[in-house]
Design a binder for this molecule. Structure first.
Ligand SMILES: [Zn+2]
Length: 345
């Protein structure tokens, strides 16, 4: 049966009817907000390339986590910006390191928010690399020892979930073993399984964590952005090694990979909507070329449509705010959509 009996536009006539048949709906409950902890107190310094995101001393970080919780965001992903760095990334696993300190403060004051900790040495190494360098090459197995030390220190500080970001071979297995042998059998691992070597991370490293590579690049451990079959192999291995949640990073240019990952593995799937994606939308909005909020909601919804269950995003607070305002408007009965008007979709 075709046209004129079949008219797909019948179900698009009003927001009420579009809402009724909408296949994917965003929820603040899907978001994870990345947070950057810095030493000191009363520090709330905006990150130039990620406006609306801040370097936060622990007192301010706690306030930010409370604000996130009040918006219905269930989890934060913690990064540390240490005062000093060294060859061995010792700040990454120090008992009183910046992240360990932040985890304890968060769990003491906002216990209901999930504290996920990023496990990678690169914010703590002088050379900016994700592990131990031998003869100019990232030594996989030596770096695994470092990763397990960091993992254990996060667990001991009270982290609710560890998220290894360095794309080393065997890292999930190594982490699972160290956690299990120290009584942390119930601590989940969210694996950065298919993390591509992308220039979209630049704002994060340059201004987010003040990391600069002293030589080389990360293409010997992060994935070639040309590959998608290989991403499936990475994800399969991480699942085999014990990953509880798998991830594709970045998100927007990689939605085909997200779609495949969901179809093939049916695992809880996260995407990381990275700093460059945020910066692109923000910059275009500042130029008056794009509507920031509308594009933000479109981008996040499309990640969900592709198959993401969890979205790690610098937009988390703004998006949650808009979702709540829409719910609270009470106009859903009449089909009038506040957001639709505000965004001029
Ligand atoms: Zn790293």
């Amino acid at each position: 049966m075709g046209f004129p009996a079949r008219r797909l536009r019948r179900l698009r006539q009003s927001e009420a009817i579009r809402g009724l048949v909408r296949e994917n709906k965003l929820s603040a409950g899907n978001f994870i907000l990345p947070l950057f902890a810095v030493p000191g107190s009363k520090i709330r310094r905006e990150i130039a390339s990620l406006p609306g995101n801040y370097h936060l001393s622990i007192d301010c970080l706690v306030e930010e986590a409370i604000a996130a919780r009040d918006l219905g965001i269930p989890a934060v992903l913690l990064f540390g910006v240490p005062e000093t760095k060294d060859e061995q990334a010792s700040g990454a696993y120090a008992q009183h390191g910046i992240v360990q300190h932040a985890v304890r403060a968060l769990k003491n004051t906002v216990p209901e928010i999930l504290v996920i900790t990023d496990v990678c040495p690169c914010e703590y190494t002088l050379n900016g690399h994700c592990g131990i360098i031998c003869n100019g090459y990232l030594d996989n197995d030596a770096s695994l020892d470092l990763i397990t030390k960091i993992t254990l220190s996060h667990a001991e500080a009270g982290s609710d979930m560890v998220a290894p970001a360095s794309m080393l071979d065997g890292q999930i297995q190594a982490m699972r073993q160290v956690l299990d042998s120290h009584g942390y059998q119930n601590l989940p691992i969210m694996a950065y399984s298919a993390k591509f070597a992308s220039k979209l991370y630049d704002p994060f490293f340059k201004e987010g964590t003040h990391s600069t590579l002293s030589f080389g690049d990360k293409r010997t451990h992060q994935m070639d952005f040309s590959n998608s079959d290989e991403a499936m192999r990475e994800i399969a291995l991480d699942i085999e090694e014990g990953a509880d949640i798998v991830m594709v990073k970045p998100a927007l240019f990689y939605l085909d990979v997200v779609y495949r990952a969901k179809q093939e593995f049916k695992m809880p799937l996260a995407v990381y909507d990275v700093s460059g994606e945020y910066a692109m939308i923000d910059a275009a909005a500042r130029l008056g070329r794009l509507d920031r909020d509308a594009i933000m909601m479109e981008a996040l919804t499309c990640m969900k449509r592709a198959g993401a269950d969890i979205i790690i995003t610098y937009f988390a607070k703004r998006a949650a705010e808009l979702l709540h305002r829409n719910e609270r408007s009470g106009d859903t009965h009449s089909g009038r959509d506040v957001l639709e008007e505000e965004w001029a979709i």
